[in-house]
Design a protein around this ligand. Sequence first.
Ligand SMILES: O=C(O)CCC(=O)C(=O)O
Ligand SMILES: [Fe+2]
Length: 327
Amino acid sequence: MRRERELPVFAQGVARLKLALQASLSPASTRWKHPGALLDTLQHWSDGYLQDGPSASGYRRSLSEFGYTASPLEVATSEQLTALAQVSGLFSDQGVMQLRRACYQLEAGSTGSDWIISNRTRSATESSTLIREMMGSRAFLLAVSRIAGVPLVPHPFTRARSQVNYFYPPQTLDAKAQLGMWHTDGTSFVLNILLSDPSEYEGGEFVYFDGPIDRFDVGDLRARARTSSVSACGDAVYIYGSRVFHGVRPLTAGRRMSLVLSFHCPYSTVDVNKFWHLASDDGVLTTIRPWFQFKRDLTVPAQEQYRRLGIEPITFAELASGHNDSP
Ligand SMILES: O=C(O)CCC(=O)C(=O)O
Ligand SMILES: [Fe+2]
């Protein structure tokens, strides 16, 4: 019964706007908890938490291979830009362990979510020393930039920058329908780090549509729906999130945890993030001020963006050298 295997699509367009208004009406206390220091493992990041080696990327497909002929970015071609990469061995065992600890602890500050995931903690960089320092590490940013195909910085919009997802089996059939939905992300450069071991849950596969978003048809997924083979704890799926339909299948047992990080290419002022996309996550009023700040941040020159991070700029030339394409 194919229908049973299908996942609903997360709201687009007007439905998204309605969600934004609903998010605004729910009491702030249920949307935002200020977790405070108790949630922080106070563990510092170390570049030793990255595994050595020029490339941590395995299977990689470009936007061009996904069927995008025109590049969404003026500074890179659709051949250069990665649509999807299955990334293994990015972190050392120590690094994976520390990330797991940090994300476990952040669950106490998580809130319920009625889309895709059971619970989530937004702005993880604000509550976790480890994740904040990792996002500011040049070695980490360089590794992710190489996977993405363009130099990156952490996404300037704090609330969209980092999120920890906690998945549990849905309680009711209705909840089930709300889970694992197909969606595109509000941001483009997205690293989804799996932080649970395969032995800890069942279901919860990361699925994606192998084609451009205008070809996506939830009623006919047979030909192009794919299941990512990423299942080891600490491995990741990198996606060009705004152009790749993806989702997580509902869990049937256990618990699945993931850390989702968003980046921005500072050499481009293009950003796909839509006000209504952000507002449907966080509410309209909460989104207005950071939104204007974010729009200003986008116009800051790349050199200055890197200077603010306190690191040497990552350049296109640097990505070309030392890049080791795996088959
Ligand atoms: O948990 C994952 O692997 C991905 C979740 C996701 O797609 C999202 O949070 O936007
Ligand atoms: Fe996503």
